[in-house]
Design a protein around this ligand. Structure first.
Ligand code: SAH
Length: 247
């Protein structure tokens, strides 16, 4: 099969690594699993060795779907022609576990979509570019903060390019997102806009983005930059801005 670069098609081919990733995904008997970008099904077939309730495959490429339909005959599996950047995950169940070797060109958009559906996604184990994995886990960006407001992020392992076909230029990283206990109930679109604004022009002092009084009321020096704030303080600022009406 001819692989399509614009769809981020780098297939994971190393058996040992695939088995290790499947162990880390840890399917459980009663779980509804969702795989994003199954491709030719290398990881899928390894997951099928485990027990679980249902497995939904979300794939955007028709030719991949055709080969999956030929190769995978398992009553627990349902194949969807779907775009994971906008798919309504909650249509599949109330407690789903997502996993996948994400297409790297849209990995951030898929992570964003996971956050938008966090109410039905207690856990996700995703492979992304190593740099993206590290940024999400500890970097300073609106997306990292958006993810970490609802999930704790664990970096599980790095996967060198040689384990893929064709090998990507960059290393990959596997991350586990675990939804935090009692995640805050927020208007997600509004919270996202707040974060995007806060993280634009990162080198500008916070006083250019939020009222000085608001910053001082929670003990933040208005000259500080957004990078110095931890997730708790950002969430606090967001909530205060909503109640007081900020900029
Ligand atoms: N999981 C496979 C393939 C990973 S490559 C393996 O590890 O071998 C990424 C896969 O995601 C490709 O099959 C590609 O067609 C698919 N894909 C790309 N964009 C997508 C999107 N927006 N939604 C769903 N799948 C997508």
């Amino acid at each position: 099969m001819k692989l399509k670069k614009h769809l981020g098609q780098h297939l994971l081919v190393a058996k040992g690594v695939i088995a290790r990733i499947a162990q880390l995904i840890e399917p459980k008997e009663d779980e509804i699993l969702v795989e994003i970008g199954p491709g030719t099904g290398n990881l899928t077939k390894e997951i099928l060795k485990h027990s679980f309730r249902e497995l939904h495959l979300l794939e955007i490429d028709r030719s991949m779907i055709e080969s999956l339909e030929k190769e995978i005959r398992d009553k627990r599996v349902k194949i969807h022609l779907a775009d994971a950047t906008s798919f309504d995950f909650c249509s599949l169940g109330e407690n789903i576990k997502i996993f996948g070797n994400l297409p790297y060109n849209v990995a951030s958009l898929i992570l964003e979509n996971i956050v938008f559906h966090h109410r039905c996604i207690p856990q996700a184990v995703c492979m992304v570019q190593k740099e993206v994995a590290e940024k999400i886990q500890k970097g300073s960006s609106w997306l990292s903060m958006f993810v970490r407001t609802f999930y704790s992020v664990e970096y599980l392992m790095s996967i060198p390019g040689r384990f893929f076909l064709p090998p990507p230029k960059v290393q990959s990283g596997l991350v586990r997102l675990k939804r935090i206990h009692n995640p805050p109930q927020l208007n997600l679109e509004d919270y996202k806009s707040f974060l995007v604004g806060l993280y634009s022009m990162k080198r500008k002092a916070l006083k250019n983005k939020l009222q000085e009084d608001l910053l001082k009321s929670v003990g933040i020096n208005p000259m500080e930059r957004v990078e110095t704030l931890d997730p708790d303080r950002i969430l606090l600022l967001y909530k205060l801005e909503k109640t007081k009406g900020g900029l």
